[in-house]
Unconditional design. Sequence first.
Length: 202
Amino acid sequence: MSNPLAEILEKVSFRKTVFAAGIVMTISRLLEFYSGHSPNSRGRYLWQLQSQSFDDLEHVHDYIQWMFPLLERSAYNVNAPVLATSDVVEFRRDERLRCALLESFAVMLKFYGIDKTESDGIVRVTSASTFPVRSTLWLQPGNHNFLRITRILRSLCLLGCRSYATALFEWLQTLYAKHAPIIGEDTFRYWTRAVLSDESSE
């Protein structure tokens, strides 16, 4: 039987509430989701979000907040989770969570036409052979994917994957140098702040 109090607590805190032996225990819905144990608010598991088609990645707008969570509520998805300090600590502590996050990162890089390589602890991001085609879909003035990239950079930094965010940002600097009129100063400023902000210090 459902517990009304538990349902209310979950809605306001994005934490799963369990009553056992008269004791209230809360479990992070986001950690449960990222561990693959529970679905998101639409009943979809992380692996399902990571397996979406390019068309879905472009046109569905409520997955990015689950794949790349932040500390504040989303203005576009009221059902998206909000990171708690304990979630951040757990991501930085648990390599399995970070690996799952980097799988989400790899999905979005492929969507954008970007390659990532790692060697001797150094992460490099470069344009993939698919970039000329893929970029026609998102490298456009005011494109919503610019906001998504800001979120990706911030989330990676917050959750213990700063080197990957830095590698992407370095590539974005090169992209901006070639396409500044398309990307715009404001967007590039957001990307810069996402990586350099004290909020994401590890």
